[in-house]
Design a binder for this molecule. Structure first.
Ligand SMILES: Nc1nc2c(ncn2[C@@H]2O[C@H](COP(=O)(O)OP(=O)(O)O)[C@@H](O)[C@H]2O)c(=O)[nH]1
Ligand SMILES: [Mg+2]
Length: 456
């Protein structure tokens, strides 16, 4: 096993930079650079670092020393806390690179070694990655839960239950002729399989909120030209992102901004105004706007106070004048430019039913709108607890597991051949194994069969 090293803190100038070293030669690396043995583990040791060849002083550093397996990777590890100047970092990395048996780490290699050494499972490792990427509160909470084994622990528990089920079903196969194992034993495991299948089902029916929180919730603003869609995007982004103009048909490309809405990550999209047009570029814009509305997690319909709002709502479409039916329904109908309908709050009285009235120009209704939008996003995607499924990968493996459980249930119910039921359960277990990246099912079964003395 090679010893690997890398800058673990961010690039650029900083007060402190952390260089991590992991592997059998980590101790030698500390000795080579600091001239002394790292006598105390898990303590910050003040050391002068020197170039091992020339003896030139490179920096003064705090050195942390961890003895495997009690370290992040499970191997011997050292951390050099050095001054975060680009040249300091560069020279220390270069010095490490010149040591025999040491090389620069590849992306994710420390975490990979940690998984290989059983420090955590695959889902927990993904949680670490997500925590580093987290930009909003909801993302941080979700990543923390996953990193601390939210999904991993469930996986372990399901595995244990399934292994027990498999053991029973196999006992039926293996000892069907013996007196002390009653016939049709596999029927008695039916509730166990059904229970598990229902649990996984419930988890899968989560409105994919985990993925949405991880990747960002797609919100599209759509409506007729000149309604103020670009103005709304700019107001929500609190900066001048999209071009606002009194000229209809200004926006053609989709303009995106990333927002933090009450801790939820949102990708807000401004789109071309929906209308019939002979202009080819604008027509393409309208096409893209409709596609985006169709694929978005939430759509905001924005109509101007001087436009026919009901036409949009009643048809549930983009309006007959545009000649194009939108596939989506609107989650949030907004009427902008209420300042044109009258003065002050009274202008809100003439807002058609089903619409929320705002004026981006005067600011009227904007705070209420933002609060409502935040609530809508939270209700839809936040949930009381962070979601357990946060990636398509999780969903695929759990669906595969679920599918095999259902097939096992069918076989058992029909009092079919236990060999086939056992095979389905084995496949379900394998899907769980892939999910958590844990050891081979066969290997585990050996242990279980030995320890549990099945069919004795
Ligand atoms: N009176 C009034 N005009 C507004 C309001 N919001 C935007 N506008 C104007 O409406 C025009 C179209 O705005 P824009 O954001 O480009 O609309 P879009 O075509 O839907 O993107 C611009 O001249 C804006 O200044 C509002 O609340 N009241
Ligand atoms: Mg626009």
């Amino acid at each position: 096993m090679e010893t690997i090293f890398a800058l673990s803190s961010g690039r650029g100038k900083a007060g402190v930079a952390v260089i991590r070293v992991s592997g059998p030669l980590a101790k030698e690396a500390v000795i080579a650079l600091s001239g002394r043995e790292p006598e105390a583990a898990r303590q910050a040791l003040f050391r002068v670092l020197r170039d091992p060849q020339s003896g030139e002083v490179l920096d003064q550093a705090l050195v942390l020393w961890f003895v495997g397996p009690a370290s992040f990777t499970g191997e011997d590890c050292a951390e050099f806390q050095i001054h975060g100047g680009p040249n300091v970092v560069g020279t220390v990395l270069a010095a490490l690179g010149r040591l025999d048996g040491c090389r620069a780490a590849e992306a994710g290699e420390f975490t990979r070694r940690a998984v290989e050494n059983g420090k955590f499972d695959l889902t927990e490792a993904e949680g670490i990655g997500d925590l580093i990427e987290a930009e909003t509160e909801a993302q941080r909470r979700q990543a923390l839960q996953q990193m601390s084994g939210g999904l991993g622990a469930r996986c372990v528990e399901w595995r244990e239950r399934l292994i027990k089920v498999l053991a029973y079903v196999e006992a039926d196969i293996d000892f069907v002729d013996e007196d002390d194992v009653p016939e049709g034993l596999s029927l008695s495991v039916l509730p166990l399989i059904v229970g598990l299948s229902e649990e996984i089902d419930a988890l899968l029916a989560d409105g994919i909120r985990g993925e949405r929180v991880r990747e960002g919730i797609d919100v599209a603003i759509i409506g007729p030209p000149n309604a103020g869609k670009s103005s709304l995007l700019n107001w929500l982004a609190r900066r001048d992102v999209a071009i606002v103009s009194a000229e209809a048909g200004t926006t053609r490309d989709i303009v995106e901004v990333r927002l933090d809405l009450a801790g939820m990550p949102v990708i807000l999209a401004d789109t071309a105004g929906l209308r019939e047009t002979d202009n080819l570029v604008e027509r393409e814009g309208v096409k893209r706007a409709l596609a985006r509305a169709g694929s978005a997690d939430l759509t905001i319909l924005l109509v101007g106070g001087d436009q026919d709002a009901n036409e949009f709502l009643m048809s549930g479409s983009t309006g007959s004048t545009s000649g194009v039916e939108a596939s989506s329904r609107f989650d949030f109908p907004l009427l902008n430019k209420v300042d044109l309908l009258g003065a002050g709050k009274e202008s809100l009285d003439s807002v058609p039913e089903g619409f929320c009235g705002i004026s981006i120009k005067s600011g009227l209704g904007l705070d209420d709108f933002l609060a409502d939008l935040e609530r809508l996003v939270q209700d839809r995607f936040e949930g009381r607890e962070p979601a357990l499924i946060t990636r398509q990968r999780h969903r695929d493996e759990l669906s595969a597991c679920q599918l095999h459980l259902e097939q096992a249930i069918e076989i058992v119910q029909a009092e079919g051949d236990e060999v086939f039921a056992a095979e389905e359960i084995r496949l379900a277990l394998r899907a769980l194994g892939r999910l958590s990246g844990r050891v081979d099912v066969e290997e585990l079964l050996d242990v279980v069969f030995r320890d549990f003395c099945i069919g004795k």
